[in-house]
Design a binder for this molecule. Structure first.
Ligand code: HEM
Ligand SMILES: *[C@@H]1O[C@H](CO)[C@@H](O)[C@H](O)[C@H]1NC(C)=O
Ligand SMILES: *[C@@H]1O[C@H](CO)[C@@H](O)[C@H](O)[C@H]1NC(C)=O
Length: 526
């Protein structure tokens, strides 16, 4: 059998030639294989990451404080690393330059949010802004909210609502002066009342209004807690029918309670509108709130992107869930840090006394002059960005970040919490020091243009409620500090630990005692 390519004249050479032929073949195979592998590697290099178990991946080793755990892993594996969470590939990005690649350079590709299944359930199947994929529907929903509710002009127009709630809270605290207060809870119900009044203002009054507020408060707390929990069914769809953690059942219950409240408010408003039309009554006259506006848009029925009842309710849900805990936790953290560092409290108060005076009430018009307090808010959001991993983003195409391939459909976390504590950018990063924002030569702001500081995200999916959050936090904080001295209850201790959830919380709720400091009761009346 002749299986070599050289003619053999002398049969004795046969052996040597077959060896030569084999060696050439072998060498070319080795060369081919290494070339192909190299090429392949150059084109698609997967990010590094901790080795995981088959099937479970890295699920078992996840520490519940995800943002801290991710920061530790990035010290080990670098500014981009991957984790296998069951079926889901997660990619975590933790440096300013890679955050910029994701949120600016590849803005279009990453303009989708990857919302966990729990989130879809309460958003009427993904009908809200947060979970809508980037496209005409999302654009319409976002435009409607920003124009009619969250723009500077719409917010200015409802100062009276904010003032009523903030003064109400100050008045109530005055009534219980000297008693310990759960600061976070007070702030939450204040923010909730402001937002629900903006949403459907005149529909509910008095007792009924505070009743609905209290109900919402409970439901929202439970929802954000569930949203923060890893859902086994989400990661292993095979196990979903078993609902091992009972999450689906719990969420359905919460959802039904929510939907019941929305439905009864909408029904009532529609009835009021009908009575108006028939000239029977004047009940909803002057109702220029968000619900009225949404109902009008729904009636008009845009042909391309019609607003359905599900969208309408999902938008209400977005505002109620997205706007409340984020804002009230920021306020709670601000109070805790200032109580912990009395000289920051003193500086903020000196500024208030200079701008507002001690025989006057804080108004929102004072806020632009409160530079130190502005720095306090920035510093609080640096240390405790309300969404420490933003909302996970999801690339619509496979693309390259930091030289590594991020496949289409991955769940991409941007660890803004870790970036805000990077010692390369921030001196003494874990120290609460508002001064750093005063002396900085940089103009740090909330616009997301600098990827070393972006507590509200950046790019197309940047928070839609920045002006509202800014207004509420500053005005409420100014009022609390101007009206009262704050101290810990006797024997109380301050613990500044964080607890990860969909929204970053204070692990131990702040309990503090307010003492009035203004000269007369007239400054505490509503
Ligand atoms: C201190 C307060 C707040 C913080 C720190 C905050 C932060 C954020 C962040 C980080 C995102 C996600 C950005 C991304 O995925 O890249 C977001 C999205 C969003 N926020 Fe806020 N937020 C706050 C208050 C509010 C308020 C008061 C509202 C409205 C009432 C609001 C409405 C929204 C909405 C609708 C989105 C989704 C935007 C979209 O998907 O296009 N937020 N927020
Ligand atoms: C968990 O994930 C499953 C499957 O994706 C989903 O059907 C279920 O609703 C989720 N659980 C909750 C509480 O939403
Ligand atoms: C602070 O609270 C956290 C969480 O509740 C706890 O683990 C930690 O031990 C506390 N630290 C101190 C000093 O009490």
């Amino acid at each position: 059998m002749r299986w070599w390519w050289w003619d053999v004249i002398n049969p004795k050479d046969e052996h040597a030639r077959s060896v030569l032929t084999l060696s050439v073949l072998l060498l070319s195979v080795v060369w081919y294989v290494t070339m192909v592998r190299k090429c392949h590697k150059g084109r698609s290099r997967s990010p590094p990451g901790p080795p995981g178990l088959p099937l479970l991946g890295n699920l078992l080793s996840l520490n519940p404080d995800l943002h801290i755990h991710f920061a530790e892993l990035s010290r080990r594996y670098g500014p981009i690393f991957k984790l296998q969470l069951g079926n889901k590939l997660a990619v975590v990005v933790s440096s300013p330059s890679l955050a910029k690649e994701v949120l600016r350079d590849h803005d279009m590709v990453f303009a989708n949010h990857d919302v966990p299944a729990v989130g879809r359930l309460i958003s009427y199947g993904g009908c809200n802004i947060v979970s809508s994929p980037h496209g005409p529907m999302w654009r319409m929903l976002r435009r409607v909210c920003v124009q009619e509710m969250l723009s500077k002009a719409s917010i200015d127009a409802v100062y009276a609502l904010r003032r009523r709630e903030v003064r109400g809270t100050v008045g109530r605290l005055y009534g219980n002066a000297g008693m310990p207060v759960l600061v976070g809870e007070e702030m939450f119900s204040m923010v909730m009342n402001v937002i629900t009044s903006m949403l459907w203002g005149g529909t509910l009054e008095g007792e009924e209004r505070s009743g609905v507020g209290a109900e919402f408060q409970k439901v929202v707390g439970e929802i954000t807690e569930l949203l923060g929990k890893p859902n086994v069914s989400d990661l292993f769809p095979v196990l979903a029918p078993l609902d091992l953690q009972g999450m689906e059942r719990k969420m359905k219950g919460l959802f039904l309670r929510f939907d019941g409240i929305f439905q009864s408010i909408i029904d009532r408003r529609l009835r009021m509108n009908r009575e108006d039309e028939e000239g029977k009554c004047c009940s909803s006259k002057g109702s220029k709130d968000f619900l009225q506006f949404l109902l009008k848009i729904k009636e008009e029925g845009d042909a391309e992107t019609p607003l359905t009842m599900a969208h309408l309710k999902a938008l209400l849900m977005d505002m109620v869930v997205g706007g409340t805990e984020t804002t009230s936790n920021t306020l709670e953290w601000a109070m805790a840090h200032m109580i912990n560092k009395p000289d920051t409290m003193r500086k903020a108060r000196d500024e208030l006394d200079a701008v507002v005076g001690t025989d006057s009430i804080v108004e929102e018009s004072h806020v632009p002059k409160l530079h130190y307090l502005g720095a306090v808010m920035k510093e609080v959001l640096r240390l405790h960005p309300a969404l420490p991993l933003l909302v996970p983003h999801c690339p619509s195409l496979t693309c390259t970040v930091g030289g590594y391939t991020v496949p289409k459909g991955a769940r991409v976390f941007v660890n803004v919490w870790a970036i805000h504590r990077d010692p390369l950018t921030w001196a003494n990063p874990s120290e609460f020091d508002p001064e750093r924002f005063i002396t900085a030569t940089n103009k740090w702001d909330y616009g997301g243009s600098d990827f070393r500081y972006f507590p509200f995200g950046s790019g197309r999916r940047i928070c839609a409620g920045i002006p509202m959050a800014d207004r509420m936090v500053m005005y409420a904080l100014a009022s609390l500090l101007h009206s009262f001295e704050w101290r810990l209850p006797d024997g109380g201790e301050l613990n500044l630990s964080e607890k990860f959830g969909m929204v970053l919380k204070k692990a131990e709720p702040l309990i503090a005692v307010p003492t009035p400091r203004l000269s007369g009761p007239e400054f505490y009346l509503e």
